[in-house]
Design a binder for this molecule. Structure first.
Ligand code: FAD
Length: 392
């Protein structure tokens, strides 16, 4: 069972054999059944529903071949890498369930809710997405949440707007974060079809075109108290979820960079100029080496981060640093990949243009480069610099 061409130092071999077997089988399915659908859907800005069954039926969150054993966290990271290596939208779509939704249930739910719902989440019998960002509050969402919730007998009433919510049209429940009268932040599993919920697809995107994102309006939406996540009563609780989610995105950034590098390598070996493959030119090899260096650095970083988290070390700055560095490495890798493909690099045919465009969304979601830098900066200096000090 072999490592990917982009996995120079063979991080894959850190997984036990049964987990590697699951990923090798997944890799084959993605290349055979998913990859051929991507360009057409990227161009039309639509999601290929045909890929849902093959992804869901494999039970990638609790593979049956592990005989009841919980898969390792490293396996979960490498699963994201394998998905993103084929397509960043596919990885983002899967991660909406396996990362954002599942993490929020496990960390934000009461112990009873987590125990009851997690098996359903793993099997996709309960599907959900994460609705935190708002039209007027992205980076400053911690202080800015304007969506409100108020208690009304045995239920809650939600009013407000959310923006960018990925995969909302395919999910049964939207995890909506809202502020109550006392200022406390709470989270609810809102039925997507509830009265007062309106979803509007965000059009004219130039990045992650396959992944569907939505504006959501909540107008007097009633949610029973049993659908409120019992473990979330402040933004610190939300931050606890984000800490884990950012690591998932760092793996996605790494996988997308691996996909771009491998596409560029294939193209430069096949394309001839001056009577020889362009991969034989020194300057092209320099770029291939730089791309491989960036991918290898990202893989090494996310592997070590995940090893730390497996030991129970979860710190804001660790996952923020990984998200920040792997996304920047991705951006640099896709630019080099596009460059060595020349003019053809801006068409979908070479396999790099999709990654090139998709890198922009990854660079900005789950905390922009700046916000993740500021999280790291606060940790190393002890000084929060999110808001410019007043000069007056
Ligand atoms: P803004 O906050 O307006 O930032 C604009 C610029 O200002 C950025 O460069 C930013 O770094 C900079 N900036 C802001 N504040 C500071 C500061 N203090 N110091 C320095 N620079 C600063 N959200 C969800 O809740 N659920 C989802 O499923 C989801 N999916 C997404 C999918 C995509 C494709 C995208 C693009 C976004 C998604 N988001 C989602 C939202 C995402 O998390 C936000 O876009 C992100 O947090 C940035 O917010 P913003 O876009 O409003 O940018």
């Amino acid at each position: 069972m072999t490592a990917l061409p982009a996995d120079l130092y063979d991080a894959f071999s850190l997984l036990p054999e049964d987990e590697r077997a699951v990923l090798v089988e997944l890799r084959g399915m993605l290349e055979r059944d998913v990859a051929p659908l991507l360009d057409e859907h990227w161009e039309s800005g639509t999601f290929p529903d045909a890929i849902i069954e093959p992804l869901v039926s494999r039970r990638l969150m609790d593979p049956p071949t592990l005989a009841g054993r919980e898969p390792s966290e490293l396996y979960a990271g490498m699963r994201n890498l394998e998905l993103a290596r084929v397509d960043a939208s596919v990885a983002t779509f899967y991660n909406a369930q396996s990362g954002l939704f599942r993490t929020t249930i496990l960390r934000g739910g009461s112990p009873e809710q987590a125990a009851a719902w997690d098996p359903l989440v793993r099997s996709f019998d309960l599907t959900g997405v994460f609705a935190l960002t708002e039209p007027d509050h992205g980076s400053d969402i911690a202080r800015g949440i304007a969506t409100t919730c108020r208690r009304d007998r045995d239920a809650w009433v939600l009013d407000g707007r959310k923006r960018w919510i990925g995969g909302a049209s395919h999910a049964q429940r939207l995890v909506v974060f809202a502020r109550d009268d006392s200022g406390a932040v709470r989270a609810f599993l809102v039925d997507r079809e509830a009265t007062g919920v309106t979803l509007t697809k965000i059009q004219r995107k130039t990045s992650l075109r396959i992944m569907q994102n939505f504006d959501i309006e909540l107008d007097g939406v009633r949610v029973a108290d049993e659908w409120r996540l019992g473990g979330i009563s402040s933004f610190a609780d939300v931050a606890d979820c984000l800490r884990a989610m950012r690591s998932d995105v760092a793996w996605i950034a790494t996988g997308a960079a691996a996909g771009a590098y491998e596409s560029a390598l294939r193209y430069t070996l096949a394309r001839e100029q001056f009577g020889q493959p362009i991969a034989g030119f020194q300057l092209v090899q320099e770029r291939l080496a730089r791309m491989l260096g960036l991918v290898t650095a990202s893989v090494s970083l996310v592997v070590r981060l995940t090893q730390q988290q497996t030991r129970g070390v979860y710190r804001d700055e660790d996952s923020a640093l990984a998200k920040m560095v792997t996304s920047a490495n991705l951006r640099e890798t896709v630019a080099l990949a596009r460059e060595v493909c020349g003019g053809n690099g801006i068409t979908l045919d070479t396999g790099v243009a999709r990654f090139h465009a998709d890198a922009e969304a990854i660079y900005s979601y789950e905390g922009t480069h700046d916000i993740n830098s500021l999280i790291v900066g606060r940790a190393v200096t002890g000084i929060g610099a999110f808001v410019r000090p007043s000069t007056r």
